[in-house]
Design a protein around this ligand. Structure first.
Ligand SMILES: Cc1cc2nc3c(=O)[nH]c(=O)nc-3n(C[C@H](O)[C@H](O)[C@H](O)COP(=O)(O)O)c2cc1C
Length: 466
């Protein structure tokens, strides 16, 4: 565990909660994302966050409109971090790249370049992708199956590391007197000839400032966990509960140790979506409104659109809670007698709404079918409360070994990000859980990761020892 927790801002311009863009005052036009991108990065840096993080998705379409509107139209992540390298000075900049589709040499060039441009602040989240339409956008017949994608990813990350290592640090002789620019013995070809990845190298960019950019991996399958254990510095893991997260993190650390990595080499961060206000009641009112703004099947032309998700009706809720709901209206209160007949999933849903809003079954502010349906349709790692309550949550996950840190999602920008950075971060600082100043200059230093030796130098040492 690092001495302080890791905090990254997971940037989704039109909000990470699907109805966030509808919240009064929320940024909602993707054509204006650039300004919000800069503002958020500067706010994250002022709060001393470890990094700002950009996910990616290699296709778009109408079907994303209601489920994941933030994926519809967005600035490419590598472009975003290249831009931010000139706008910010200290914060880490992490872009996602898909190993199934990205050209390896191009990605190595881009990322080594951005690491140079940012003085060592770039990081790379490698994913294998879950979007089948990506195939059509990249000249492939079909999205490859999981095993194939992870075989490719394993070769990809190995060759990427060796491409970054093309130039040893003392390869640049730069003797103006003799005219010797480089020592060719210290420039290395890559010569990766795998089943999926082939690249000759060397890379035409000097070795990154960080030697190797911190590698993040996000995924869910057993192969994903294996790749994270072997090759990632940060694993981005979503867990259904703190107890599950403790288990997953312990398993990952054990797998990393089995792969011969030193203890603490792999850190685990988990997504969290804080909804923060000066009091818990006010935060609950915000979440209540976010739920109310999730479009549901009310028979309107919008809800008859082909893209409308199937799980947003009273009938679909009836299936989840295992009870006939007849002709109940979306905004009807759920009567106590009906709620009592719900199955376990239904009871959990009621508890979830009760913990995130001020609504109670049979209360003055009643739980409505709308709130249950929206909660069920939009799973979110939401933590709703005052700044000290949100800090309590983060602290308990950190100190119980559930996570080394958090990728902070923001339901809508900019107000909720400001609430997090202005109120929650200082609370974490007061508790000694988070830095008050950047101590290092690179992303590796922020994360407490040493600079790895150049693989070619290490090989040479091994050779020399015979
Ligand atoms: C919290 C989290 C965030 C992720 N973000 C992305 C992303 O931005 N882009 C992407 O292609 N995959 C992302 N993934 C990973 C995909 O979901 C993953 O590639 C997909 O699940 C296929 O890998 P799997 O078979 O290991 O699950 C993310 C995963 C998690 C857990």
């Amino acid at each position: 565990m690092t001495d302080h927790l890791i905090l990254g801002a997971m940037f989704r311009a039109v909000g990470a909660y699907p109805s966030g863009w509808r919240f009064p005052g929320a940024h909602h036009d993707p054509r204006d994302d650039a300004a919000v991108l800069r503002r958020t990065a500067l706010a994250a840096e002022a709060a001393k966050l470890d990094y700002i993080f950009f996910g990616d998705w290699l296709a778009t379409g109408h079907d994303l409109e209601f489920r994941d509107p933030y994926l519809l139209a967005r600035i490419d992540p590598v472009s975003a971090i290249a831009h931010l390298s000139g706008v910010t000075e200290r914060i880490g900049l992490i872009a996602t790249a898909n190993t199934t589709y990205f050209d390896l040499y191009t990605l190595a060039r881009l990322t080594a370049s951005i690491d140079r441009l940012s003085d060592g602040r770039a990081g790379l989240n490698l994913v294998t992708g879950a979007e089948p339409r990506a195939a059509g956008n990249h000249g492939r017949d079909a999205h490859a199956p999981n095993e194939h994608r992870y075989d490719q990813a394993t070769e990809f990350v190995d060759a990427l590391t060796r491409l970054w290592d093309s130039w040893e640090d003392d390869a640049f002789v730069l003797d103006q007197g003799t005219g010797t620019f480089i020592d060719p013995d210290r420039l290395h070809r890559t010569d990766a000839v795998g089943e999926h990845v082939r690249v000759t190298g060397p890379l035409n960019v000097a070795r990154p400032v960080q030697g190797r950019l911190p590698i993040v991996h996000a995924g869910t399958s057993p192969r994903s966990r294996q790749l994270a254990a072997e090759a990632a510095d940060l694993a981005l893991i979503a867990a259904p509960s703190r107890e599950a997260a403790v288990q997953i993190r312990a398993g990952l650390r054990e797998a990393a140790a089995s792969a011969g990595r030193p203890s603490g080499a792999l850190k685990v961060v988990t997504p969290v979506l804080p909804v923060v206000a000066p009091t818990r009641a006010l935060a609950q009112d915000i979440f209540d409104e976010l739920l109310r703004l999730v479009p549901l099947d009310d028979g309107s032309p919008l809800s008859r659109s082909a893209a409308f998700p199937a799980n947003r009706s009273v009938a679909s809720l009836a299936g989840t809670v295992g009870t006939e709901l007849g002709a109940a209206g979306l905004d009807d209160a759920v009567p106590a007698s009906v709620a009592a007949a719900f199955n376990d999933d239904g009871q959990r849903l009621i508890e979830l709404v009760a913990s995130r809003t001020r609504r109670r079954v049979g209360g003055d502010l009643p739980v409505t079918y709308r709130h249950l349906i929206a909660s069920n349709a939009v799973p979110a790692a939401a933590v709703v409360g005052s700044s000290s309550e949100v800090a309590d949550h983060l602290e308990s996950w950190f100190t119980s070994g559930a996570a080394d840190g958090f990728n902070v999602l923001t339901p809508y920008l900019p107000a909720q990000f400001d609430a997090f950075t202005h109120d929650v971060v200082p609370e974490l600082q007061r508790r000694g859980l988070f830095r008050t100043e950047y101590e290092g200059t690179t992303l590796r230093e922020h994360l407490g990761l040493p600079v790895p030796a150049n693989t070619h130098t290490v090989d040479e040492l091994v050779d020399a020892r015979g």
